[in-house]
Write a protein that binds this ligand. Structure first.
Ligand code: DQQ
Length: 476
């Protein structure tokens, strides 16, 4: 698999080579959270936080795209823009869309000065034009409690004969929170109390931050899940909690990071087939200067289908529709890999790799991506069965000092004899890794060399067995 033809290579090499080819993003400028996800009369709508005026965060609008298959997207005009002199004059922050008796209604956070308050907008049938509610904000202030640190972002659902929404928040000295409201019509809201409060004092099993951004609350089988983006003054990571929802309070039983990479502010929706489909914002990991020079920032994850997993966990796997982008497959079976001899796979910067590997009891199995011929640049994914740790190391992904880099680790226990199942989606500067659909890590790598295209599987310490390896080039 060669690198595709590149335009404008001379003017901005890092820009051209890092721009993803099959992950969604607007043609230029800044993008962050997915918003307002909905399948409306068959068509998927993806809105997103967007700055039409530049490649860094600011003047936040709602960008818009639609798709018939979750994979091929059509860009549409901006859906929501700040209205001067109104409660959203400084920004239309994150929110969601619901169907109120055949009318698409957007609930978002309007920003004016220091105020961040819930606002409504009504869409036409194509979701192309939105009319803002004349009485915005529909909740005039946060609950009267001086320990409330923040109040923004919305998850809305219908239950019994009422609408409910939870708003992202946090209590000083207690931790993140989702505050619950009820309404007969989405326009008049009554505060019921916290749906759930985190605990900023604990680090086990996962610290959930000082505040929760972008709450997403839904039922999955006989349990409920609350997904929040943990925040401590800056974005940390997304966390999911599963547990019981009883008497308008959510009692988490399992708490876990949803993704241990750069994914943030995920949002999900139930599609017409009944699937829970999620998108998340893939943050940049290079310097702000590099983003400014590139003229763009942020990418959307692939659509992930969320299901219940064992022990109250969640499983996330790319929607099967993504397979429509595959072409030219390459596959191998039952290949032993000794520590002295890596298994060299086809080169590329835009592909999907699926592997099932027997990691052995001793040593490590690894996958090197975006490797230059002599290894000056490489991105490493390793797994050790004995320590049950999956690592993603981008510290040597790039020789460019502005490219960032980190070592990330997540626990991943495999059952006795269970092989390691990996799926990696490489899309220039974007990588999304799914390990057995249980541990997910989206991350960014910005190799500076045009020959950093090598891909190899390797063993450290003891031989491993690659039971099955497939690689597909991915269509833009
Ligand atoms: N992004 C939005 C906020 C949200 C944050 C602003 C999360 O609504 O809290 O762009 O990334």
């Amino acid at each position: 698999m060669g690198s595709p033809g590149l335009e404008g290579q001379d003017s901005e090499q890092m820009n051209v080579e890092s721009l993803p080819r099959y992950h969604f993003r607007p043609p230029s400028n800044w993008m962050n959270d997915p918003n307002g996800l909905i399948q409306w009369k068959g068509t998927y709508h993806l809105f997103y936080q967007y700055n039409p005026n530049g490649p860094l965060w600011g003047t936040i609008h709602w960008g818009h795209a639609r798709s018939r298959d979750l994979v091929h997207w059509e860009h549409l005009p901006v859906a929501l823009a700040p209205t001067p002199g109104s409660p959203d004059e400084d920004g239309c922050f994150s929110g969601c869309t619901v169907d109120r008796d055949g009318v698409p209604v957007v609930i978002y956070t309007g920003v004016r000065g220091r105020d961040q308050l819930p606002c409504l907008a009504f869409g036409d049938d194509g979701l192309l034009r939105f009319r803002k509610h004349p009485s915005n904000p529909v909740i005039p202030s946060p609950p009267d409690d001086p320990s409330i640190l923040m109040f923004r972002d919305h998850t809305v659902w219908h239950e019994g004969r009422a609408w409910y929404q939870a708003i992202g928040s946090g209590f000083r000295d207690r931790g993140g929170a989702a505050l619950l409201y009820r309404s007969p019509d989405l326009e008049r809201w009554e505060y019921l109390g916290p749906l759930c409060v985190g605990d900023s004092g604990t680090t086990e099993p996962v610290w959930t931050g000082l505040g929760w951004e972008c709450p997403d609350f839904f039922q999955l089988g006989d349990r409920h899940a609350l997904v929040v983006s943990a925040w401590d003054g800056a974005p940390l990571y997304p966390v999911y909690m599963t547990g019981e929802y009883r008497g308008h309070i959510f009692y988490p039983e399992v708490v876990h990071r949803l993704d241990f990479g750069c994914l943030y502010a995920p949002q999900s929706f139930r599609d017409e087939r009944g699937r829970r489909v999620m998108f998340g914002w893939l943050r940049e990991e290079r310097s702000e200067d590099a983003q400014r020079r590139a003229g763009w920032s942020g990418a959307m994850s692939l659509p992930r289908v969320i299901e219940s997993g064992p022990y109250g966990g969640l499983r996330a796997a790319p929607a099967p529709e993504v397979e429509a982008l595959r072409r030219g497959s390459y596959s191998l079976r039952e290949v032993p890999i000794p520590p002295s001899e890596p298994l060299v796979l086809p080169e590329g910067d835009s592909f999907e790799l699926e592997a099932e590997i027997e990691p052995g009891e001793a040593g490590e199995v690894g996958l090197a991506l975006r490797r230059s011929p002599a290894g000056e640049e490489e991105t490493l994914i390793t797994y050790s069965r004995s320590s049950a740790l999956l690592s993603v190391d981008t510290r040597r992904s790039s020789l460019d000092p502005e490219a960032g880099g980190a070592l990330r680790r997540e626990r991943l226990e495999l059952g006795p004899g269970e092989p390691l199942s990996l799926r990696a989606f490489v899309d220039r500067s974007v990588v999304e890794l799914f390990a057995d659909a249980r541990a997910c890590c989206a991350f960014r790598a910005y190799p500076s060399r045009s020959d950093s295209l090598g891909v190899r599987l390797f063993a450290r310490g003891a031989p491993v067995l690659a039971r099955r390896v497939s690689v597909w080039e991915m269509r833009p």
